[in-house]
Ligand binder design. Sequence first.
Ligand SMILES: [Zn+2]
Length: 361
Amino acid sequence: MNRCTRRMPIPLTLLLLLVAASTSAHAQTPFVMGGVTAATGTLASGNLRVPGGTGDDGTVIPFTVVHGSRPGPVLALIAGTHGVEYPPVLALQRLRASIDPRTLSGTVVLVHVANMPSFLSRTIYYGPKDGQNLNRVFPGKRDGTLSERIAFVLTSEVIDRATHVIDIHCGDGNEWLRPYSYWVVTSAPAVVASSKDLALAFGLDHIVIDTERPNDPAASVYLANTAMTRGKAALTAESGGWSRTDEESIARIEHGVEGVLKHLGMRTDGPPPVAHPVWLGRNEVLRSAFTGLLYPMVEPGQTVAQGTIIARVTDFHGRVLEEIRSPFAGEILYVVATPPITKGEPVGFVAERAPGIPEIK
Ligand SMILES: [Zn+2]
């Protein structure tokens, strides 16, 4: 009998099959994104291409994939959704260097600048080509405006492939802000629960309970809400603002991501979740009824009474047009702190402490 063709005893065959199965279940396969392949235990960078449309040539979205040596969650970190929000962009540059793929479980996708047209044109709120707010056009359209096409690429190439999503903002170029995050409570209970844990792990000590996000995945409007309506835990975090690049705001974001990596079991080390956050319930973006010059009268973090003047608006000859007052007692999370103001635009954001947190059911 030829030894090579001799049948293996059945128990040994089974054993080898089991070993093979368990090896494949625990092996990381390469992660391919935007035509770039990140092998196990390495990182790779590239650009997602946003195709051109009517009146523009499209744009690119630079990204890095940090692909761990063991399987685990796929955490997407997105910076630069708005054009003049720098600490998130700079924090991701640092995290690209500090997250070691060899000791990482799972995969971190860093979107370095989500909204390149707005970033390079230094436009607040709105894209320079279409005048749209990228964080209001999700899930986007394949053949829409430039902002809608950017949203479509982010949805299909990043959010759809992630298990957890953090959209990292700060006050835009005109907004003076104290750090906080949003916990959206309108999605499926399991997603709401895991998103709460994500907010606690990120560590910002003020958390706005957001009860007003749509739950239709076809009209999700906001980036983080796009993830949640697709069944993924998500968070919008805010740290920094007013066009600044201060160390404190950047480090706070790095610290937040490190807390999330530990919470998700992607790294063994990391800071603990915030123990006693301030939960904020009723909240309102206050807006100007006039176009003119804005004079802020409060600072972020300031406690205000009902009726406290948040800002004054004058015309271009100094005549007072409006005093914008807080509709309820609360804390100022951001105030617009540069003079130009256009009718209908925000002047500040006030929120009231919540009596408790909602039951998840
Ligand atoms: Zn923003």
